[in-house]
Design a protein around this ligand. Structure first.
Ligand SMILES: O=C(O)C[C@H]1C=CC(=O)O1
Length: 91
């Protein structure tokens, strides 16, 4: 099942530099592991924003929920999810 997901990141200004590096490193490792597994199939930066547009290919909405919920940056994100289905005119 494919899902279009947008993630807007809003980091708290009070986060100390070491804490920030640690959480960003964990986020990157988590995200890249899911890409290698074929679950996070597209990851695009939105120009001029600390936001991304992603496509996930997962077995169920529950699986996507678990993936998103466990993002190290999840508490600093506004996440929007759109389920996708094939378009009848798509070649
Ligand atoms: O930078 C972001 O868009 C937030 C998040 C998503 C993947 C990742 O490595 O960080």
């Amino acid at each position: 099942m494919l899902f279009h997901v947008t993630m807007d990141v809003n980091l708290p200004p009070a986060l100390d530099p070491e804490g920030l590096t640690e959480i960003l490193d964990r986020e990157k490792a988590y995200c890249q592991d899911l890409q290698v597994k074929g679950k996070w199939v597209h990851l695009w930066r939105v120009v001029g924003q600390y936001a991304n547009v992603s496509i996930f290919d997962v077995d169920s909405p529950d699986e996507l929920h678990e993936i998103l919920w466990n993002l190290p940056l999840f508490s600093f994100m506004t996440v929007k999810v759109m389920p996708l289905c094939p378009h009848p005119s798509a070649l």
